[in-house]
Design a protein around this ligand. Structure first.
Ligand code: ZN
Length: 357
């Protein structure tokens, strides 16, 4: 039976009642690719899902190998004071996740256990959280974006070397936005290349990654659409900040339809922070000026979901070139793609070669 017939059969049952076609989320759960925890936006991943994530990571490594990045990995948490300094709470207080822990004495422990006993008599949804009155903030918070932990670390090293630095990071990140859209998870991985240097270095880096990120997505045979970002800044002032971000073209996103064909999900982002982080953490260039920073972020779950969405849940049936890119001669195919991109760029530049205007 083809897909259209399936959906037609599902939308109207024999008794005339309207049924809803299974959502992409339902299909992913039924296929076992994602594992439901009972909490919206918090999933387990199957071996196959993780295999695609791993193979994508290899392709991204080849895509950035010539940049000779320093590879750094942090656990998905950062120092609370560094998080406070980052000013994340100015823009996204509703998305942040703090880590609390029991910090009381024996009496507090008894109170906690009594409150917990009472709570256990209720169903999951009606449970009181009174036992949490004993919880206190710890000195660490959940990482909101993979690059956040590295800026204070870079600052402590002293001024950047000539030419700046390029760092390769990968981390689970947390955003408190429970949703049924599988493309909007509460915990997900971001792979990033981060550039620290002067403004020209960082702008050139971002332009290069808009091109390379688009290349990766086209090699994966997914639709490429790059647009200015529309971040959900919080509160009354949020719209002004969002407008300013767009007016200054600080952030671009690569958008792909994931959950449903009508809406698009940002799968990659290309960010220019100007001297925001450089000024906060006092990161200096070799000449003493405040460093500018930028990053390219690959949403590992989102790109993986886009592949399943566009090529189907059976990876054996994915297009040959996509399979070969991920499970075959990844390095060669990425290198060929980059060479082709450079040739096309050179050809496009030719008509203007003699134009001094
Ligand atoms: Zn970043």
């Amino acid at each position: 039976m083809n897909k259209m017939t399936d959906i037609a059969a599902l939308t109207t049952a024999a008794n005339g009642d309207e049924l809803v076609a299974p959502s992409f989320r339902d299909e992913l759960l039924a296929a076992g690719l994602l594992i439901d925890t009972g909490e919206n936006g918090l999933y387990g991943r199957s071996q196959l899902f993780e295999d695609v994530v791993d193979r994508l990571n290899v392709a991204i490594t080849h895509l950035g190998a010539d940049q000779d990045p320093e590879v750094l990995r942090f656990p998905p948490a950062m120092r609370r004071t560094d998080f406070e300094d980052s000013e994340y709470l100015k823009s996204f207080p509703d998305l942040a996740g703090t880590i609390h822990s029991f910090c009381g004495n024996d009496m507090g422990h008894q109170r906690l256990l009594r409150a917990l006993d009472d709570a256990m008599n209720e169903s999951d949804d009606d449970r009181s959280d009174a036992w949490m009155a004993q919880q206190k903030p710890t000195r660490i918070v959940l990482t909101p974006a993979a690059c956040y932990p590295i800026y204070p670390v870079m600052a402590r090293r002293g001024p950047l070397p000539v030419g700046g630095r390029t760092v390769d990071v990968l981390s689970y990140c947390f955003r408190h936005e429970p949703s049924l859209d599988p493309g909007r998870m509460q915990m997900f991985r971001q792979r990033e290349y981060v550039r620290l240097g002067n403004a020209q270095d960082v702008m050139a880096f971002r332009q290069m990654w808009i091109e390379r990120g688009s290349l990766l997505v086209s090699l994966l045979q997914l639709p490429v659409e790059v647009d200015l970002a529309n971040d959900p800044f919080f509160g009354r002032g949020g719209k002004i900040v969002a407008d300013s971000q767009r007016a200054q073209a600080l952030k671009f996103e690569l958008l792909i339809p994931v959950a449903n064909p009508g809406s698009k999900t940002a799968c990659l982002s290309f960010n220019y922070h100007m001297d925001h982080f450089g000024a906060i953490w006092k990161i200096a260039c070799e000449d003493g000026t405040v460093a500018h920073t930028g990053c390219v972020g690959f949403g590992m779950e989102r790109i993986t979901l886009a592949l399943f969405r566009h090529h189907g849940l059976d990876v054996q049936a994915w297009p040959d070139d996509v399979r070969a890119l991920l499970w075959g001669d990844t390095e060669t195919r990425v290198a060929h793609g980059m060479a082709r991109m450079r040739t096309q760029a050179a050809a496009a530049a030719l008509p203007d070669a003699g134009d001094s205007a």
